[in-house]
Design a protein around this ligand. Structure first.
Ligand code: ATP
Ligand code: MG
Length: 325
């Protein structure tokens, strides 16, 4: 195995207005994220609504330029790739197949579109490739001339997956790919994604609110809080022995598959902080049951501890000099 995706110091800020006549504030949607994803891995990214998962995903896709930092795929920085090369390496599957597909276009033209944009193949070759991809995602050829508006949510997500795979990418970034679908369809789409991963040797970045799903399919997990990764580990270790108090609270909570609802009932008392006014020190300290004095004013780095697998960003696991306030 070798590193396929590397992110270094990845940061994205937005200027947001705090109201009329008020000065704009800087929001760190993603704040200094380092990541390494090995070829063949499924990296699960979890964390409450607004913690920066989609912004991170969009930077990995080259759809949002980072304010600082770099993403490299196979050793090549995304900003040094042209659009075609980027599309050949990394493709998205988004949450909502209703808004991500034009309902008036035919399914065949949607799946062919990346080939048309990048000038790949003849008309006949593109058609054959689109039909082949539709078959691979479980859609019969007779649906090729239907418009996306005629399909069910699950069928639309199959079309979105076929479109993502038509360029034969190495990486697929899935941002909540099943959370807009009926529960009965979610498992089918997840199984399809895992079958396709094996068939095409894909590497996935997989964002989900649903920890049970992440536990089932991820090989590695990154837990995000306020734009930072606070814990990273292989999935079995993370679920068996979560270390960060935030990860522990997440695992103890009953998660909602509904996007945008956050994570209820975490026993954390306070709600997710205003990201334009993040707490000092460790961003989690106001909600943390194991808060120490150092947490108020020092940001913990993400580091390995105890010689165990994984990394955690928490002062409980760092050696703090006795004189530290
Ligand atoms: N274009 C933008 N302009 C201003 N703020 C933004 C923009 N995009 C994202 N944000 C802010 O950045 C933060 C992270 O947003 P992001 O969408 O990445 O979170 P998320 O973890 O994907 O949330 P969810 O689970 O709800 O999808 C949020 O506070 C959000 O309001
Ligand atoms: Mg999101």
């Amino acid at each position: 195995m070798s590193a396929l995706i590397e992110a270094e110091g990845l940061t994205r800020t937005f200027e947001v207005s705090a109201g009329m006549f008020k000065t704009k504030r800087l929001l760190h949607a993603v704040n200094g994220v380092d990541l390494v994803v090995e070829r063949g891995d499924v990296l699960g990214i979890v964390g409450e609504s607004g913690c920066g998962k989609s912004t991170l995903a969009r930077m990995l896709l080259g759809l949002v330029p980072p304010t600082h930092g770099t993403v490299r795929i196979d050793g090549i920085a995304l900003e040094r790739m042209d659009r075609r090369e980027r599309a050949r390496r990394v493709q998205p599957v988004f949450q909502d197949p209703y808004s991500s597909l034009n309902p008036r276009r035919t399914i065949q033209s949607i799946v062919e579109f990346p080939l048309v944009v990048h000038g790949i193949g003849t008309t006949a070759q593109r058609r054959d490739r689109a039909i082949e991809m539709l078959a691979r995602v479980g859609l019969p050829e007779r649906l090729a001339g239907h418009s996306a508006g005629q399909l069910s949510g699950g069928q639309r997500q199959r079309v979105a997956i076929a479109r993502a795979l038509v360029m034969n990418p190495e990486v697929v970034v899935c941002d909540e790919p099943t959370s807009a679908l009926d529960v009965s369809v979610q498992a089918q789409i997840l199984n399809l994604l895992m079958d396709l991963k094996r068939e095409f040797n894909l590497t996935y970045v997989f964002i989900s609110h649903n920890l049970a799903v992440v536990e089932h399919i991820a090989t590695q997990v990154a837990v995000m809080y306020l734009g930072r990764i606070v814990e990273f580990n292989d999935a079995p270790s993370l679920f068996a022995a979560p270390r960060h108090p935030y990860t522990r609270a997440l695992l103890a909570s009953v998660l909602t598959p509904e996007p945008g609802l956050g994570i209820p009932d975490m026993g954390l008392g306070l709600s997710f902080p205003d990201p334009t006014r993040p707490p000092s020190g460790c961003g989690f300290h106001p909600r943390c049951s194991q808060r120490m004095q150092v947490c108020d004013n020092r940001v913990p780095g993400l580091s390995a501890c105890d010689g165990a697998a994984g990394k955690v960003a928490c002062h409980l696991y760092t050696e703090i000099p006795a004189t530290q306030p």
